[in-house]
Design a binder for this molecule. Structure first.
Ligand code: 13P
Ligand code: SF4
Length: 303
């Protein structure tokens, strides 16, 4: 049955002149049918460049929205309409407007894990793989409001020496990882290097051998001479790591490290989406054009 579904997905994609893009946290069977798999920055870049007419975006809503902002003439499908990022919902455009009034001189840096409305209220976006360069690009004399991830924000502060006004948001999945869990895993696998995503808490990040975005973790483990790694990010990513490094061993830093929103898209859901062209992402033009400015500013700093 899944063989038939995969065939249908490929056939229908060709009929539509479509492309299937998937984030690293997607289910293995979705990663297997995708034309392009990547982290948030790689996906945004690819969405801006593709000449496909239809982008089926297997990820969460902020990622599909970014694709639509960058490629408004294309049909962008989010196969499961309710797939969203709980962290992105922790800041609203209205709350950000109030904060900007408190700090009228501030530059607003917004993590791509945010709504189009919040991007439209911001000056520049960043992803976890270019956040340090984005913050370094801002003149020293300007205060910075960083939304919505306090953990990524505090990691950037440590790397750049730049104090920022941090929003009180976080990824509920990464934020749950504790120092105790890292100590326990390291005791079980003493030879393993610890590699975590910057969405983990500052105390956990300090215990790691490397702190990187998903694509950064992949590069790190590929080039490391070590054979074993404790990975502090969402479980779906282990599929990619194992595929690229079959001779290395990966341990998830905590047993329950799953982002439910990333798991809603299954083969039947994707097939249905391509069959019916659902659910089409729309962003009102006034918001899109402002949000585009923030994304383009980011791509100019970290092309
Ligand atoms: P990456 O940009 O590293 O893929 O991160 C996106 C994300 O949602 C992490 O939780
Ligand atoms: Fe959002 Fe966290 Fe899920 Fe990433 S893992 S999409 S930050 S909730």
């Amino acid at each position: 049955m899944s063989g038939n579904l995969q065939e249908y997905i490929q056939r229908r994609k060709q009929e539509l002149n479509g492309i299937i893009m998937a984030h690293f946290y997607q289910l293995p069977e979705i990663q297997d049918v995708a034309d392009f798999i990547g982290d948030s920055l790689q996906l945004a870049r690819r969405a801006a460049e593709t000449d496909a007419d239809v982008i089926a975006f297997c990820g969460v809503s902020f990622m599909a929205e970014s694709a639509k902002i960058l490629s408004p003439e294309k049909v962008v499908l989010l196969p499961y309409q309710e797939a969203s990022c709980p962290m992105a919902d922790m800041v609203t455009a209205e709350a950000l407007r109030k904060k900007k009034q408190e700090y009228p001189e501030a530059v607003v840096v917004c993590y791509v894990n945010s709504s189009a409305e919040v991007k439209a209220e911001s000056d520049i976006c960043c992803t976890s793989s270019n956040a340090i360069n984005v913050v370094r690009s801002i003149p020293e004399d300007r205060p910075i409001i960083f939304v919505p991830d306090r953990n990524l924000g505090s990691y950037i502060e440590g790397q750049t020496g730049r104090k920022m006004i941090l929003w009180e948001g976080c990824c509920p999945i990464h934020d749950r990882l504790t120092q105790k869990e890292i100590i326990e895993k390291k005791a079980l696998h003493p030879a393993a290097e610890i590699v975590v995503h910057p969405e983990v808490q500052a105390g956990v990040a300090q215990m790691a051998d490397a702190v990187c975005s998903t694509s950064g973790i992949l590069k790190y483990v590929q080039s490391s001479p070590e054979r074993e790694f404790i990975i502090g990010t969402e479980e779906g990513f282990l599929y990619t790591l194992q595929k690229h490094c079959p001779d290395k061993t990966f341990y998830l830093a905590r047993t329950d490290f799953q982002c439910q929103d990333m798991k809603y898209i299954t083969l039947p859901v994707l097939a249905d989406s391509l069959a019916n062209l659902t659910y089409q992402v729309e962003v009102p033009e006034d918001i899109r054009s402002k949000a585009l400015g923030s994304l383009e500013n980011m791509l100019a700093v970290a092309p």
